[in-house]
Design a protein around this ligand. Structure first.
Ligand code: AMP
Length: 419
């Protein structure tokens, strides 16, 4: 056994996997750019207080929290919304609205590791700050869905809820505030059996209990039609149908409502949404977000904001499970000089190809022909360029296409055209 092990819940990524991760990351960034969002970066650690202000004291158990040498209480970030909103309050409040920003970064949570759940993982998220809420909610959900569409990840389900709807039904239960909180958590977990037991115990109104459970159990089209039926008489239902119409105009027709989405955090105010990739099994949630107020909590002016975070690692897993082809890095050319005299000529060609943006490598180990071919095959090189005495004599090279096995001679100054 090696002396040093990776810390539990962390991963190493080799060149092939990194190439695939970068490919996906670049595509996701590109979609954010198309939507007019600009990238920001914040520190990997913040004062522990920031995360407590956002999520309550309970969050500390989940944090990598420590005291630094100046006795400051510091934590590795468990997510980036708090950091981004701190940044907004510190430096971006006077910018013209809306402020549209996105981020990509590693997050740390002291959780029990399992498939799709790590102690260091990556989130790519977006926040839209300062626009009226319906416009902001629609644009943000559309960005999340467009990002997945551009990745080719089709096997996903978005569920959109509204805390106004949920909270009204919970208020009707007439139960103490801490039981309300517990009820919200159970609704979020879809654990209706335990919910019923808790509500019975708290002597919640029977009729209100039945109405709540009926509402949060509605799935898919049932939930959408309920919102349409009640849109005229209830503001939050009306809001959701309006949102569905807007998403349809963005080209996303298959959005489903789910009144049981609660998101578990107090600062969410209205619309909340989650996206699942069913192929992932237990840890299938790949995105969570909603409308929130945080700026005022952090000492800034109150402002509408909507945001979300994608679990990047789970997106990678979902792409793999769905058989979406994510290319890893390919070396286009591997050059094999045969004999010493061919070496400087090979270096010249190598540099020319690299300068032209063609990825190229050259044998550095003095391998013979059959070993070099094996190696080129192993590293997935697309072409091998052979330069021996014959080639040197007539200023040519031999190019072998590794996939087809075709081999052709080509004048030295025509290599780029040939490739
Ligand atoms: P949250 O900030 O908890 O709403 O998480 C947003 C997304 O990050 C989730 O939907 C997951 O996809 C992902 N995520 C959260 N925790 C982890 C973790 N420990 N490991 C991997 N991904 C995670």
């Amino acid at each position: 056994m090696p002396e040093f092990q990776r810390p539990r819940g962390t991963r190493d990524f080799g060149p092939e996997e990194m190439a695939r991760r970068r490919f996906v990351e670049v595509k996701m960034r590109e979609t954010a750019r198309l939507f007019g969002f600009g990238e920001v970066m914040t520190p990997t650690f913040e004062s522990t207080e920031l995360f407590v202000a956002r999520s309550g004291e309970g969050i500390v158990d989940e944090l990598y929290a420590f005291e630094d040498k100046g006795n400051r209480k510091i934590s590795l970030r468990p997510e980036l919304t708090a950091s981004v909103m701190r940044f907004y309050v510190n430096e971006m409040q006077s910018l013209p609205k809306p402020v549209k920003i996105f981020y990509f970064g590693n997050c740390f949570r002291y959780e029990r590791p399992q498939a799709g759940r790590y102690r260091e993982f990556f989130q790519l998220g977006a926040e839209l700050i300062g626009a009226p809420s319906i416009e902001s909610d629609a644009e943000v959900i559309a960005l999340a869905l467009a990002t997945l569409k551009n990745l080719g990840l089709e096997d996903v389900a978005v569920r959109i809820g509204h805390l106004g709807v949920l909270n009204k039904f919970i208020k009707d239960l007439k139960i103490p505030e801490n039981t309300e909180k517990e009820a919200r958590k159970l609704v979020d977990k879809r654990d209706f059996e335990v919910l019923r037991i808790i509500l019975d115990g708290a002597q919640a109104n029977d009729e209100a209990t039945a109405r709540l459970i009926e509402l949060v159990s509605l799935e898919g089209e049932e939930a959408n039609s309920r919102a349409r039926e009640e849109a005229g008489s209830d503001k939050s239902f009306g809001y959701l149908t309006n949102l569905l119409d807007r998403l349809k105009a963005y080209g996303f027709e298959n959005c489903q409502l789910d009144f049981g989405v609660a998101r578990g955090l107090d600062y969410y105010t209205g619309m909340v949404f989650e996206i699942d990739a069913p192929s992932l099994g237990a840890e299938k949630q790949i995105c969570g977000g909603g409308a929130y107020t945080l700026a005022d909590l952090f000492g800034g002016q109150e402002v509408n904001s909507t945001g979300y975070a994608f679990g990047f690692d789970r997106i990678m897993l979902a792409l793999e499970n769905s058989g979406v082809n994510v290319p890893s890095q390919n070396l286009e050319v591997y050059i094999l000089p045969i004999g010493d005299a061919a070496k400087t000529v090979s270096i010249g060609i190598l540099s020319e190809l690299r300068n032209a943006g063609i990825s190229a490598d050259m044998d550095l180990m003095g391998r013979n022909m059959s070993k070099a071919m094996k190696y080129a095959n192993n590293i997935g090189a697309e072409n091998v360029i052979l330069i021996g005495e014959k080639e040197l004599a007539d200023d040519s090279v031999t190019i072998r296409n590794m996939k087809s096995g075709d081999q052709k001679k080509c004048p030295k100054n025509k290599i780029k055209d040939y490739l």
